[in-house]
Design a protein around this ligand. Structure first.
Ligand code: NVA
Length: 365
């Protein structure tokens, strides 16, 4: 057993797949607004996702685990906690936690290092505990593994811009995108904050999206933490940026899938072009919007899990995306996964690479 993954595409041999049990529409907190009155969760309310949704999501997560195991990949699953319980630090208390589904948000594998992200939601402050039993076992089994955790954030009111959501919701989309481009969203710069899912790994290059969960200080911390890498802080024309993996998805050396509704910065496009990378517009999703109680967008269609440079898992009903990847030369493994969307994401979100064969390479020489 060995921790090792340098990019998003090398042959996957060991992975963690999340669990839907106990996932909450989290209690109100400064980082996020939930407002789903049509599904029983008006603004300010919170509670567990309905049991029938949990059962359907778990069935699809278990099925993904079986598909991966059938291909010889070792699959581990997290513990679940009582996510309905209140949590506190000496500086705040929060009436609920969130869940243990989007493993990708919390943990980042870079080479032999497993890094626990800071997170930026109070409801997610303790989420690393769901993964600790696994991380501890990896640390025991692999003497070469580096186990790291970014500075635990304080997440006091000073970590958030006062009155952000009211002001932001009153802006036009163009005005919102201007703030996205400037990296001036809900998070202040009081302390480093990042979610691991805002990072896309391409060997020596790490692309880090500034988002509603990742601030510049978080980007700076990552840059200092990975001195052997080129850490690029990037933005996309998305008024609600949250995790890079339904916007900018490296598929193999020289090829990235991009959500054209969320334009990349010219500088990023140029960086790829001069290095002969192809930027492909992702196919239009099959659906007009996200499913009930999902904070994600319909672009989960492109939240794919690459098994090796020629094989990719895609949500089974996303036929246009499947066809596009087939034409790009991939063997596509269709995986039904739409019932998982309300629990925090798609196939990439739900997984964490523990081991991919391969070594550190420079794909942008
Ligand atoms: N929040 C983004 C990324 C999810 C993986 C979206 O919904 O498009």
């Amino acid at each position: 057993m060995k921790v090792n993954a340098w990019n998003e595409w090398d042959p996957l041999t060991h992975v963690v797949v999340g669990r839907a049990d106990g996932t909450m529409v989290q209690a109100p907190e400064p980082a996020v607004v939930r407002d789903w009155p049509e599904y029983g969760f008006p603004r300010g309310s919170y509670g567990p996702l309905p049991p029938e949704m949990v059962a359907a999501a778990n069935e699809q997560l278990d099925n993904l685990a079986r598909i991966l195991e059938g291909r010889g990949i070792r699959v581990d699953r997290p513990e679940t906690l009582d996510f309905a319980r209140a949590v506190a630090t000496p500086e705040w208390s929060q009436a609920s936690m969130f869940g243990a589904m989007p493993v990708r948000d919390v943990l980042l594998t870079v080479g032999n290092e497993l890094l626990e992200a800071t997170m930026s939601f109070r409801s997610r402050w303790f989420e690393f505990l769901a993964y600790r039993p696994l991380i501890e076992s990896y640390f025991r089994e692999d003497p070469g593994m580096r186990w790291e955790a970014a500075p635990k954030p304080r997440l006091t009111r000073a970590s958030y811009r006062e009155g952000f959501w009211e002001a932001y919701e009153a802006l036009s989309e163009a005005e919102q995108v201007a703030l996205v481009r400037r990296g001036e969203l809900v998070l202040s710069e009081a302390e480093p904050l990042f979610d691991a899912a805002d990072v896309a790994r391409c060997g020596k290059d790490l692309f880090v999206q500034l988002s509603l969960a990742t601030n510049r200080a978080g980007g700076r911390w990552l840059r200092q933490h990975f001195p052997g890498h080129r850490v690029h802080l990037v933005t996309f024309g998305n008024p609600h940026p949250m995790h890079i993996d339904a916007t900018w998805v490296p598929l193999r050396p020289g090829l990235v899938l991009h959500c054209a509704e969320r334009p990349a910065e010219d500088e990023l496009v140029q960086y790829l072009k001069v290095n002969d990378w192809e930027i492909v517009r992702a196919a239009t999703p099959q659906r007009a919007g996200p499913p009930p109680l999902s904070a994600c967008s319909r672009w989960l269609s492109m939240n794919v899990l690459v098994l090796d440079p020629g094989t990719v898992c895609v949500e089974a009903s996303e036929t246009a995306q499947i066809e596009q990847l087939g034409k790009l030369g991939f063997e596509v493994v269709p995986v039904p996964f739409w019932d998982v969307a309300a629990f925090g994401g798609g196939l990439h979100c739900a997984t964490l690479d523990v081991h991919r064969e391969g070594v550190l390479e420079d794909y942008f020489p």
